[in-house]
Design a protein around this ligand. Structure first.
Ligand SMILES: Cc1cc2nc3c(=O)[nH]c(=O)nc-3n(C[C@H](O)[C@H](O)[C@H](O)COP(=O)(O)OP(=O)(O)OC[C@H]3O[C@@H](n4cnc5c(N)ncnc54)[C@H](O)[C@@H]3O)c2cc1C
Length: 363
């Protein structure tokens, strides 16, 4: 099927990664983006996203391992460094850290199980909650630089990138799709919908992808007050109340930023929003709650130095990803606040679906 005419809707990380993969495989690609290139109104902006192999189940660890190889391929294609492996720490609820260690062992991923004191000594800037699991393969990826690299390489291979051209609707035929924008209509062999928080608005009425909830999350970056080693981290703990009925033991996550700060966020506590009518300003009450958390858990950070940002999660009931084919419509969505580390692997999975290959399984 090389040489198919494929439309990719949405130039966030997942759409850009799909265009990168499709152009590498010889497909004729048009990428539609409603806003400007590298905008900050979706889910893929900013300089820091946690990369880790540590997941509680084997399929996710395997998916992360495969993503690691593709991150290096992307860096080679783009001639830039995107993934920095400074190590990642999981701490908190013993049952969670134990299953992380067991799953990493089963996958042959080298890691250390550290006592609270040993982890405390290694990372004096943060307070450690019980036994901790450290894996050196974890670290951080630069989100905006990643999207820019993916688009630049895809364009260099012939992708036609259309910014500020929102797709208004689709006409779905048995083996092709007509894409309609204000600039006209065009028929494609396949359409990949990677519209992030707008996915239900675009195809919810015509393609059943299950339910998703859009929340506006609000992490902040703080300045270190000590010279110490800092890992990426996941903290398993009860934490602040989750927005929807989601069962997720992760209370907070964070990592060092390329600019020298340390980003920390609550997980799934954002307000439910319509992506087109979201508040511009940060919520001072939630910022104050995060600063209190930093005062308690991060003695090596200045809680008053918060630089707050907002960003959208699109969450499925299980937090599993939607990577599905519905006839000629391929959907990549519902990345539930943990998709970035898998970006190049998701791009490959969506390109596989365009070529009629099977979707990855998470269970
Ligand atoms: C605060 C925060 C922290 C996170 N931290 C991490 C982390 O540490 N590690 C990790 O692995 N993941 C993390 N994530 C998750 C990760 O960032 C997302 O899973 C990922 O960015 C989702 O990318 P996307 O391409 O699906 O969405 P988006 O980047 O939102 O892309 C969708 C694009 O589609 C466009 N679009 C929508 N409708 C249309 C239309 N009709 N026509 C044309 N274009 C359209 C939008 O404008 C947008 O550009 C975090 C997310 C947030 C919000």
């Amino acid at each position: 099927m090389p040489g198919s005419k494929v439309a990719v809707i949405g130039a966030g990380a997942m759409g850009a990664a799909t265009a990168w993969q499709l152009t590498a495989r010889g497909h004729d690609v048009v990428v539609f983006e409603q806003f400007e290139r590298l905008h900050d109104r979706g889910s893929s902006h900013g300089s820091a996203r946690v990369f880790r192999l540590a997941y509680p189940t084997a399929p996710w660890v395997q998916f992360a391992i495969e993503a690691l190889t593709l991150w290096r391929d992307l860096e080679e294609d783009a001639g830039v460094s995107l993934l920095d492996q400074f190590g990642a720490l999981d701490h908190g609820i013993p049952a969670c850290t134990q299953s992380i260690s067991d799953t990493l062992s089963a996958a042959g991923v080298s890691h250390e199980v550290l006592s609270q004191d040993a982890a405390q000594e290694r990372f004096p800037g943060m307070k450690i909650d019980g036994q901790a699991v450290f894996h050196p393969q974890g670290g951080g990826v630069n989100a905006t630089a990643t999207v820019n690299s993916l688009l630049t390489v895809a364009e260099s291979r012939g992708a036609d990138f259309r910014e500020r051209e929102p797709v208004e609707h689709l006409t779905i035929n048995s083996d092709s799709v007509v894409v309609h924008t204000a600039n006209g209509s065009a028929e494609f062999d396949r359409v990949v919908v990677t519209a992030g928080s707008w996915v239900q608005k675009l195809i919810g009425a015509s393609v059943d992808i299950g339910s998703t909830v859009v929340t506006q999350e609000q992490p902040a970056t703080f300045q270190p007050t000590i010279d110490a080693d800092w890992p990426a981290f996941i903290h398993y703990a009860p934490g602040p109340p989750k927005t929807n009925t989601l069962i997720d033991p992760v209370s907070h996550y964070g990592l060092p930023t390329p600019e020298g700060g340390f980003k920390i966020g609550e997980h799934h506590t954002g307000i439910i929003v319509d992506p087109d009518q979201r508040p511009d300003d940060a919520d001072p009450a939630r910022l104050a709650r995060l600063q209190e958390h930093v005062q308690e858990w991060f003695p090596g950070l200045d809680s008053a130095s918060a630089a707050v940002e907002t960003c959208l999660y699109t969450t499925t009931p299980s937090t599993d990803f939607i990577i599905e084919a519905h006839g000629p419509v391929i959907v990549g969505g519902g990345f539930s606040g943990h998709g970035f580390k898998f970006v190049p692997r998701v791009g490959a999975a969506l390109a596989d679906l365009v070529e009629g290959k099977p979707a990855p399984r998470f269970h």
